[in-house]
Design a protein around this ligand. Structure first.
Ligand SMILES: Nc1ncnc2c1ncn2[C@@H]1O[C@H](COP(=O)(O)OP(=O)(O)OP(=O)(O)O)[C@@H](O)[C@H]1O
Length: 548
């Protein structure tokens, strides 16, 4: 975890302008700070010597006005930079995770933590810590150079004592890093556990195990609380330590200036300037130390996000590849090289397909051959034989360990299809271009859901809760089947589309799938013999062979 990693500028292009803006304002504020010390010293000297104070006072007012304007601009630029960068990181993370195969994505718990709280914590890091870092880089240097010109003994004291602050800050930072890492680990555990519990809550309640989770979540939360309190204790202690050290250093400068003033070896103006400039050399570094604790989460989140935002890793080359003919059955002679295959060509083809989950030693799929064109291809096999994995490979969500997949655009209906808060219409057209109501009703009719939707007072505009709340499991299954019918893709992949349906609803759905297969390539995983009976092609993963 570095205070600032320039890789951010490469990985998040949207961060460049705001961060450059922060640096420019920071330098201008540094110059204005030094000018204020000069103006104040002049005014005090003029007043002490009973000289006219009009000019120095006007000069001071102008400098203070400039500082006020710069401070306003600085706060505005910092606030906008914070939201811009944190929003850009979140958007880029989500875009990247959607673009890469599942095995290159972080675990759901880590992804949720990084995209939600992690990205949010980047905001204070950019808005508060980075401006402090710029000030710490500019103001002390300007103060020391100015001191060296006007009063070199004071400059010498500052140069000798100033490095103590970063050294202390670095020592404290190293301890904070461990505490922050522990906190992040506890937070990821908490998020992951909470996500699992919320997902499995209906099952846990059904089996009377819901209450037990209260204790488990309580225990994980306590771990997170303890880690947070440890970080806070460190933050308070380190701020106090840096404050004390800086105060002692300024006092040393002040005492030496005072002694020389009383000896008459230093004039009032120079002594005053030295006393005004000395704190300016220390406070920016103190502020960095204080802000670092507020921003430690953001810095940790950014360093965790940066590798994810790096240029896409080369996906592992398949160990062996096989020629994949066009699935426009059945002529191999018509097939070009795989690279010649137009992406929008209907159908999908897998050759010598094998897949091993990361971290596992045993392949789930091995040597699967499948060629599917317009029509219905049914995949069967015992539970755990890799049917869902095969659909994810055909959809391009996973990269085959062995073999190759070629195919047109796909629409995958998983066993846990995504339904979101919104109207029925929104959910039906999710990921589909806007379509007229008549087309939507036709799709609903095909799956036998038109009656239930028409019975709702608001029809297609009827609201739906998160995860399809408001519909039965069977209605949800038919809704996502209707959505698949509306999707303008080459290949529709269905994972047990009628698993939760009664026989009558299943018959509706089977008819809809059969109708869809007259114009699309449909690959359906099922345990239902009725759907198998409608298939044009059959892939049995138990036997790992194709029968027509
Ligand atoms: N994310 C994962 N990481 C590791 N192993 C996994 C993962 N998902 C599935 N598996 C394993 O891969 C195997 C095949 O799983 P898959 O879900 O593809 O089977 P399936 O044939 O669809 O089963 P079912 O008919 O019960 O739905 C199983 O042994 C499962 O434990």
């Amino acid at each position: 975890m570095r205070p600032f990693d320039p890789a951010v500028l490469r990985a998040v292009p949207a961060a460049r302008r705001p961060l450059i803006g922060l640096a420019v304002v920071g330098v201008a504020q540094g110059v204005a700070t030094i000018a204020t010390a000069f103006a104040l010293a002049q005014l005090v000297v003029a007043a002490a010597r009973r000289e006219p104070v009009g000019d120095p006072a006007a000069y001071l007012l102008v400098v203070l006005a400039v500082r006020a304007v710069l401070s306003f601009v600085g706060e505005t630029v910092a606030a906008s930079a914070g939201t811009t960068v944190s929003g850009a990181v979140r958007a880029q993370l989500l875009g990247r995770w959607l673009a890469v195969p599942a095995e290159q994505r972080p675990s759901p718990a880590r992804a949720v933590t990084l995209a939600a709280q992690g990205s949010t914590s980047i905001e204070p890091y950019v808005a508060r810590f980075l401006p402090a870092l710029v000030t710490a880089a500019v103001v002390p240097a300007l103060a020391v150079v100015t001191l060296a010109v006007v009063d070199w003994p004071s400059a010498l004291v500052v140069v000798l004592t100033l490095p103590l602050l970063p050294v202390f800050a670095a020592l404290i930072g190293a301890t904070t890093r461990d505490a922050t890492d522990r906190r992040w680990g506890a937070l990821a555990d908490l998020s992951g556990h909470f996500l699992d519990v919320v997902r499995g809550l209906p099952t846990l309640v059904a089996y009377g195990r819901g209450e037990r989770q209260v204790g488990v979540i309580g225990e994980v939360s306590q771990r997170h609380r303890r880690a947070t309190m440890a970080t806070l204790r460190l933050a308070f202690l380190s701020s106090a330590a840096l404050e004390l050290l800086a105060t002692i250093c300024v006092a040393i400068v002040a005492v030496t200036v005072g002694l020389r003033l009383s000896h008459g070896s230093l004039d009032l103006g120079t002594g005053l300037l030295a006393i005004l400039l000395a704190p300016e050399a220390y406070w920016p570094i103190r502020r960095v130390g204080a802000e670092f604790h507020n921003a430690a989460d953001g810095a940790a989140a950014l360093s965790a996000a940066l590798p994810q935002l790096a240029t896409p890793q080369e996906t592992a080359a398949p160990q062996e590849t096989a020629h994949c003919p066009t699935p426009q059955l059945p002529s191999d002679a018509e097939a070009g090289e795989p690279g010649d295959w137009p992406p929008s060509s209907p159908g999908v083809c897998a050759r010598g397909l094998g897949y091993t989950y990361p971290g596992s030693e045993h392949p789930v799929l091995h040597g699967v051959e499948l060629t599917a064109a317009t029509g219905l291809t049914v995949v069967t096999g015992p539970s755990g034989s890799g049917k869902s994995t095969l659909l994810e490979l055909l959809a391009g969500l996973r990269t085959p360990t062995v073999g190759s997949v070629r195919g047109g655009t796909t629409h995958l209906v998983t066993q846990r299809p995504f339904l979101t808060v919104g109207s029925l219409r929104d959910n039906l057209l999710l990921g589909v271009r806007p379509l007229p109501d008549a087309t939507v009703w036709r799709a609903l009719r095909q799956v036998g859901l038109d009656g239930a939707v028409a019975a709702q007072p608001e029809g297609l505009q009827s609201p739906l809760g998160d995860d399809g709340r408001g519909l039965s499991a069977g209605q949800r299954a038919r809704l996502v089947l209707a959505r698949a019918c509306l999707a303008e893709v080459d290949v529709v992949l269905l994972d047990e589309p009628t698993a939760h349906l009664d026989d009558e609803s299943a018959a509706w759905a089977h008819r809809a799938i059969r109708e869809l297969a007259t114009r699309r390539c449909v690959v359906a995983v099922t345990h239902r013999p009725e759907l198998l009976a409608l298939a044009d092609h059959h892939v049995d993963l138990a036997a790992s062979e194709v029968t027509a």
